[in-house]
Design a protein around this ligand. Structure first.
Ligand SMILES: NC(=O)c1ccc[n+]([C@@H]2O[C@H](COP(=O)([O-])OP(=O)(O)OC[C@H]3O[C@@H](n4cnc5c(N)ncnc54)[C@H](O)[C@@H]3O)[C@@H](O)[C@H]2O)c1
Ligand SMILES: O=P(O)(O)OC[C@@H](O)[C@@H](O)[C@H](O)[C@H](O)CO
Length: 383
């Protein structure tokens, strides 16, 4: 089996590319980072340090790469591969959608009638379905029937903490032991692939929300409260008892929504939260607060890790003081190198918290929740 993977970054090399290559799939990475691509083309392998109580260095082989700036090379890959995966970040999906559309048109024009499956591996609810809608926008109507018949767009949930590596080797990546990749099997076209490490489900929404609204909700609040307390890494922040108490309480509020919505076992969900708190404190990973706090506008969005759980607590009448506090903490997050952090702060300075929050979260301006976030912000400011 051949795979084309967009994004040779942390998750691309450290998780999805590794898992597929380990399963005997030939992986070709596509990326815009010239140095990374040249190194992959020359070496056709790279090291992955899996760190837990022991350190194991695995060598990933059977890989190649194409530079995404070489459009024709990428189109040729799309026209001939069996599986396409992405780990580029939600904001980049719209960019690669255009390339995918061109590649699918070429594939159909060349008469390739074999099945192709596409899986976006991003922190986003139904990211592949979003990608599909974008691809179809760029594709002439005359191709749509063939795409519907031959191309599967399968949504997935992806979980492994992979911070950028500080190695001198540009290809080396350091990952935690834990990993989970769950894919919606009902959306595949042709045979559902049997790949070790790729779990299949008919109930993807439950798993994607469980992951995003537990791990990522807690991770983000750790980052914002941690930054406010002056910490630089997630581990430092979560080892502060006051931060940990707030983060855990917010995860429990969000968890209560998940238990009610999807029928998860309450005890098992409590254990899931504890395990994640342990992963945040992993002494073998150095995960900067700025990586986890990045792109606050995306993360304040109505379908993302702060607002969506908050909406769930409102729907079920569940307490939400800690989710509110986490949202308030986002307004203290300063990062001059992150355009979204700069934009958020600029609007906050110009229009105030209520209007800024209502704008990005789509919560009603006059809602109690928006007023409570502002009150929580003032309380944090004077603490
Ligand atoms: N790192 C983690 O712990 C983790 C865990 C689970 C999910 N994720 C998700 O995985 C996705 C990728 O995260 P990451 O941490 O690997 O980010 P990353 O920045 O390490 O990797 C993204 C890669 O995409 C490349 N890229 C950018 N534009 C591109 C384009 N137009 N074409 C091809 N490649 C392009 C970048 O050069 C980079 O190498 C995100 O959606 C993230 O939320 C990350
Ligand atoms: O990748 P983001 O920016 O959506 O979120 C930052 C982290 O919370 C995230 O990358 C986690 O490390 C990951 O989701 C763990 O599976």
């Amino acid at each position: 089996m051949k795979n084309l993977h967009f994004g040779a970054g942390n998750i691309g090399r450290g998780f999805i590319g590794k898992l597929l290559a380990d399963a005997g799939v030939h992986v070709t990475f596509a990326d815009v980072a010239d140095e990374l691509i040249t190194a992959l083309q020359e070496r056709k392998s790279y090291p992955v340090r899996v760190v837990g109580s022991e350190v194991q260095v695995d060598t990933v082989t059977n890989v190649d790469a194409v530079n995404s700036k070489n459009n024709q090379a990428v189109l040729d890959q799309i026209a001939s591969t069996d599986l396409i995966t992405t780990a580029v970040g939600p904001n980049v999906l719209n960019i690669i959608a255009k390339t995918l559309a061109e590649g699918l048109a070429l594939r159909i024009d060349q008469g390739n009638e074999s099945y192709l499956n596409i899986i976006a591996c991003e922190n986003m609810v139904r990211g592949t379905s979003h990608l599909k809608a974008e691809v179809l926008k760029h594709l002439d109507d005359s191709y749509h029937a063939k795409v519907e018949a031959l191309v599967g767009f399968a949504d997935s949930a992806v979980d492994r903490i992979v911070p950028p590596s500080d190695s001198d080797d540009i290809l080396e990546v350091t990952v935690e032991e834990f990993s989970e990749w769950i894919v919606d099997q009902s959306q595949f076209k042709g045979d559902v692939p049997d790949i070790k490490g790729m779990e299949l489900t008919d109930n993807l929404m439950a798993f994607v929300e469980r992951k995003l609204f537990t791990l990522n909700t807690g991770h983000l609040i750790t980052a914002y409260l941690g930054a406010l307390a002056g910490y630089k890494t997630i581990r430092e922040a979560i080892e502060d008892d006051a931060v940990k108490a707030d983060v855990k309480a917010a995860m429990q509020e969000s968890g209560e929504v998940l238990v009610r919505r999807y029928g998860f076992d309450a005890k098992a969900h409590a254990a899931y939260i504890e395990k994640i708190l342990g992963r945040f404190a992993n002494p073998y990973l150095v995960d900067e607060i700025d990586r986890v706090g990045r792109q606050p506008i995306r993360k304040l969005g109505p379908a993302d890790r702060l607002t969506k759980p908050l909406l769930g607590t409102m729907e079920y009448g569940i307490a939400n003081d800690h989710l509110i506090k986490g949202m308030a903490a986002a307004f203290f997050y300063i990062n001059e190198e992150d355009p979204q952090a700069v934009e958020l702060q600029a609007m906050f300075a110009d229009k105030g918290l209520k209007q800024t929050l209502a704008h990005y979260s789509e919560l009603p301006l006059d809602s109690d929740e928006v007023a409570r976030v502002e009150a929580a912000y003032q309380a944090l400011k004077s603490a």
